[in-house]
Design a binder for this molecule. Structure first.
Ligand code: ZN
Ligand code: ZN
Length: 346
């Protein structure tokens, strides 16, 4: 994997710093550490807090204690391996770049996208994401009885996060969204003190983590009597999800899938209220590539994970989003989110 990666990026060495990429490539689960990759040898650069853990987890990697001298260490490894071209990630800070440049003025830096290595998931990774989905489903199942008028968004957020932890989550994937009533028109309305009222649509968007892998699910629940218009929004978004899930499979271009969702909502005259991408990949990070968005021309392949999350948001009235996480297969998808999507009124 490493030799191919270096060759594809036309570099003799690569400096990897994103935790998720370090973990994926080496197996090391700590932080504040880096990989230095060459065709001959792979190094894990860390400090005394992590050297023991690194030796245990990162089989095949030479563990180096940099003791605060990262730029010196990288420069000496570049020299040792006669490397000139160094692949770096987009997260390299300008400060670190300057430090590197000072220690190795001859080095030529080029961007390499190590995230791409993680796009196609193994069976084992898919099983972990499926478990994260099971945990978030279970967490939501436990708090549905608590959803009622008079509760605040923040109370339900706390209950949901606790329920996911009790069900086995290692943490929350991102700040849990609980957006009720007029706030449901905010696609990313994290929970506030707003009290849930009769006639509110309440959108919950949340995720669990299992062995480092994330899940991502959104469900919208009606509280008490809602209007015909609100029900129309729900049914339209649900039909859109079902439509996309019925046609999604390997071989489709990411941007075309997004287009099909927009076309579907256009048929309901709701496309102008669908203001974000249709979906994204999920793995060690909550947002990964490829994304189901107009700008992404990637051809989807078996083993990729995508969320399907169309939404419509009408200012002043409210919004609906429904989201599943699914694994792409040759002939369709495996939907990993099992919590029902049918209209739910409490
Ligand atoms: Zn989500
Ligand atoms: Zn999502």
């Amino acid at each position: 994997m490493i030799t191919e990666f270096l060759k594809e990026n036309a570099v003799e060495a690569a400096f990897i710093q994103k935790d998720e990429n370090c973990r994926y490539i080496s197996g090391f689960t700590g932080s504040d550490s880096y990989l230095f990759l060459t065709a001959e040898e792979a190094y894990l650069l860390t400090d005394s807090r992590y050297t023991e853990q690194a030796r245990e987890e990162a089989a095949g990697f030479a563990v180096v204690d940099c003791a605060g001298k990262l730029a010196d260490t990288v420069a000496s490894l570049m020299e040792k391996h006669h490397a000139v071209r160094l692949g770096v990630e987009s997260v390299l800070s300008y400060r670190m770049y300057l430090a590197f440049h000072e220690k190795m003025p001859e080095a030529v830096f080029s961007f390499c996208d190590a995230d791409r290595l993680r796009q196609i998931k193994s069976e084992e990774e898919i099983a972990k994401i499926a478990e994260a989905c099971r945990i978030s489903d279970e967490g939501f199942r436990r708090i549905v009885p608590l959803i009622r008028k008079g509760r605040t968004e923040a109370e339900l957020r706390t209950a949901l996060e606790c329920a996911m932890m009790e069900a086995g989550s290692e943490g929350k994937s991102f700040d849990t969204i609980v957006a009720s009533g007029w706030r449901s028109a905010y696609p990313h309305g994290t929970a506030t003190k707003k009290v849930i009222e009769e006639g509110d649509l309440v959108t919950f968007d949340f995720g669990a983590i299992y062995e480092g892998y994330h899940s991502d699910i959104t469900r919208t629940v009606a509280v008490g009597q809602i209007t015909e218009q609100q029900r129309f929004l729900y049914d339209s978004v649900l039909d859109c999800v079902l439509h996309i899930e019925s046609l999604l499979k390997a071989g489709e271009r990411a941007c075309d899938v997004d287009r099909k969702a927009r076309d579907f909502l256009k048929g309901k005259e709701l496309d102008s209220y669908f203001t974000h991408a249709l979906g994204h990949s999920v793995g060690l990070e909550i947002h990964e590539t490829p994304v189901l968005a107009p700008r992404d021309k990637t051809i989807l392949r078996a083993g990729m994970i995508e969320t399907i999350e169309p939404g419509v948001y009408i200012p002043g009235i409210g919004g609906v989003r429904i989201e599943d996480t699914a694994a792409i297969q040759d002939d369709g998808i495996l939907i990993l989110t099992k919590f029902p999507k049918d209209f739910l009124c409490v």
